[in-house]
Design a protein around this ligand. Structure first.
Ligand code: NAD
Length: 332
C-alpha cells in the first residue's frame, strides 16, 4: 500500500496514560490518529471524541475488519499489561496480553500490508544493569515476566523485519511521569503502582503515606535511583521515531529517559516543595528484583533524532502531575 499523509496512525492502547498523550501529540503534529483500546485500564474520557474504536487485541476478527476498512499508515503499540509485581504471580496474563495479542496485531498488519510500528518497550528488559548509564547495547537480562514479555516482542519484531520487511522503532522507556500541561489528561491507573502519583495521592489526602521499599541500597541516601521522563517528552520522542520510520529509516531501538537519576528520597523532597505537604513516608522491606540504580543513556534520541525534552527537570515533571491531580480529582 502506498503511504499518504491522509492515512490514519493507529494508536493501540491510546486510551491509556502514555497513549492518550501520544494522541494529543499526533494531532498537534498534523497526523490523523485513531485509537483501538479495550478500556481495560484506559479511559474513554482521555480520547478525543470520535477517535476511539473499542476493541480487544485478542479479537482477531475485529482487528482484521479494522485493517480492511481503515487506511492505516503506521501503528503505535502501547497496549499491554504493565504491573511488574502482578506479572510475577500472573505470568500467563502477561504472556497472553503482551506477547500473544501482539502477534494478532502483527498478523493483521502483515495481512494488510502495514509495515511500520512504534513499540512501547521498557528499561525492564535490561534487568539489573552491570553499569550506568544504560546504553542500548547493554546486556538484555529481564528479571520478571513483564520484562521478558517485552523482550520477546522485541525479538519477534526483528524476526518480522527479516521475514517480511516490518520496520519497527523499539522505544525502551525508563519511568514515565507528569501530565499534559493543560491538566486535561494525566496518569490515572487503578491500582496505582507508580511512585509519583502515589506520592501525590498522599499530598491530596487520598493515602496516608508513601512506602519506601528499602533504605539500604548502595546509593547516596540508601534509596533506589530512577530516571524520570515527562510523558509529553516521551510523546515528542515517539513522533520523531514515527517520522523516521515513515522516512524509511529502517528498524531501530532507542532508550527514552533523561539521563538523570533521582533517589526516592529526592523525589519526596521535590514533591514536598511542589505541593507544600509534608508527605509522610513509611519504610518497608526491599522488593525482589528492584535494581538500586536505573539511569538511561539518553544520547541516541537527542543526537540521532534531534529530540529536545521540554520538561527534563523533576520539579516540572511533578508540577504538571500535581496540577492534574488538583484539577481532576485524580481523573474521576
Ligand atoms: N508507565 C510507565 O512508566 C512505562 C514504563 C515503561 C514502559 N511502559 C509501556 O508503555 C505502554 C503504555 O503504558 P501506560 O502506563 O500508558 O499503561 P496504561 O495501562 O495506562 O495503558 C495501556 C492501554 O492499553 C489498553 N489495553 C491493554 N490491553 C489491551 C488489549 N488486549 N486490547 C486493547 N487494548 C488494550 C488499556 O485499556 C490501556 O488503555 C505499555 O506498553 C507499558 O508497558 C510504560
Amino acid at each position: 500500500m502506498t503511504s499518504s499523509p491522509s492515512m490514519k496512525i493507529l494508536v493501540v492502547g491510546g486510551a491509556g496514560y502514555i497513549g492518550s498523550h501520544m494522541v494529543r501529540e499526533l494531532i498537534d503534529k498534523g497526523f490523523d490518529p485513531l485509537v483501538y483500546d479495550n478500556l481495560s485500564t484506559g479511559h474513554s474520557w482521555a480520547v478525543p471524541e470520535g477517535s476511539l474504536i473499542e476493541g480487544d487485541l485478542a479479537d482477531t476478527a475485529a482487528l482484521n475488519r479494522l485493517f480492511e476498512t481503515v487506511n492505516i499508515r503506521a501503528v503505535m503499540h502501547f497496549a499491554s499489561s504493565i504491573q511488574v509485581a502482578e506479572s510475577v504471580v500472573e505470568p500467563l496474563k502477561y504472556y497472553r496480553n503482551n506477547v500473544a495479542n501482539t502477534l494478532n496485531l502483527l498478523a493483521a498488519m502483515r495481512q494488510n500490508g502495514v509495515k511500520r510500528i512504534v513499540f512501547s518497550s521498557t528499561a525492564a528488559v535490561y534487568g539489573s544493569p552491570l553499569s550506568v548509564p544504560i546504553s542500548e547495547q547493554a546486556p538484555l537480562n529481564p528479571e520478571n515476566p513483564y520484562g521478558r514479555s517485552k523482550l520477546m516482542v522485541e525479538q519477534v519484531l526483528a524476526d518480522c523485519d527479516h521475514a517480511w520487511g516490518l520496520k519497527s522503532a523499539v522505544l525502551r522507556y525508563f519511568n514515565a511521569a507528569g501530565a499534559h500541561p493543560s491538566a486535561a489528561i494525566g496518569e490515572a491507573h487503578t491500582p496505582e503502582s507508580h511512585l509519583i502519583p502515589i506520592m501525590l495521592q498522599v499530598a491530596s489526602g487520598r493515602r496516608e503515606s508513601v512506602t519506601i521499599y528499602g533504605t539500604d541500597y548502595p546509593t547516596r541516601d540508601g534509596t533506589c535511583i530512577r530516571d524520570y521522563i515527562h510523558v509529553c517528552d516521551l510523546a515528542s520522542a515517539h513522533s520523531l521515531a514515527l517520522e523516521a520510520l515513515l522516512d524509511d529509516s529502517g528498524s531501530f531501538v532507542c532508550n527514552l529517559g533523561n539521563g538523570l537519576g533521582y533517589s526516592i528520597q529526592e523525589v519526596m523532597e521535590v514533591g514536598r516543595a511542589v505541593t507544600g505537604h509534608p508527605i509522610p513516608v513509611s519504610i518497608g522491606q526491599r522488593r525482589p528484583g528492584d535494581p538500586a540504580l536505573l539511569v538511561a543513556s539518553a544520547d541516541k534520541m537527542r543526537s540521532e533524532f534531534g529530540w529536545k525534552p521540554r520538561f527534563a527537570d523533576l520539579p516540572s515533571i511533578i508540577g504538571t502531575a500535581w496540577k492534574w491531580h488538583q484539577n481532576n480529582g485524580y481523573g474521576f
